[in-house]
Ligand binder design. Sequence first.
Ligand code: DGL
Length: 259
Amino acid sequence: MNFNHSPIGVFDSGVGGISVLKVLHRELPGEQFLYYGDTKNAPYGTKTPEEVLGYCREILDFFKKQQVKAVVIACNTATAAAAAALRAENPELPIIGVEPAIKPAALVGSHPKVLVMATPMTLHLDKFRTLAKTLVPLADLITLPCPGLVELIEAGEPNSAQVRAFLARLLGEQLRDPPDAVVLGCTHYPFVLPTLRELFPEKTLFFDGAEGTARQLRRRLQEEDLLAPPSLEGSVRFFSSKNDPETYLLMQKLFHSAP
Ligand code: DGL
């Protein structure tokens, strides 16, 4: 059996990972992607790491039944909570995670002010704290947990007046004294970028982990000799633990929305 033709599993707690999927599909157009949104269990970021690991194991089982050749955890929270255990439990499967892009953000100027928006769990776990510590000499890092934002995005209108009001309230002081760079440390947040751009001054730069994840996936597939042959036409199929028409419509809408 030629595993180069096998699909790649991409998952998130819900629709957020579609912001990563879009970049993966653009950068690796010959690959077959299966996207799984664990909409029934979203949000992950306010649960315990043990609960999130349990959900991730179920998703891995689903993907293994689909005979995937690699898995992308398109979720910062699940990467922080579960990637290490999933890799240890599935040594034969390349598993690529996503991390808040704080390194490139810390390099935008001389000791810039960098605001990191993420879920409470991502900011709390060691993975982020360890990385953040290494950047202390380079940048003034300010962390902002955003509980509630994922639910608003899952509701389907990421740039509504309601979301704008929520963000204006949450960002408060950060809008009065704006950062040089904002890190979108949750894969749902790129969907509110149009609103964030309106709220912050034009010079504020935004970063997310999707491009880095695509580069890492390509590298791993090349290493394992698993890249799809260029003759193959890529595809995307959506799955959801909620399995209802509204969720699939939202997935399609977000996948086809402007980058
Ligand atoms: N999209 C996710 C992340 O990147 C998970 C958000 C959540 O479910 O709380 O962190």
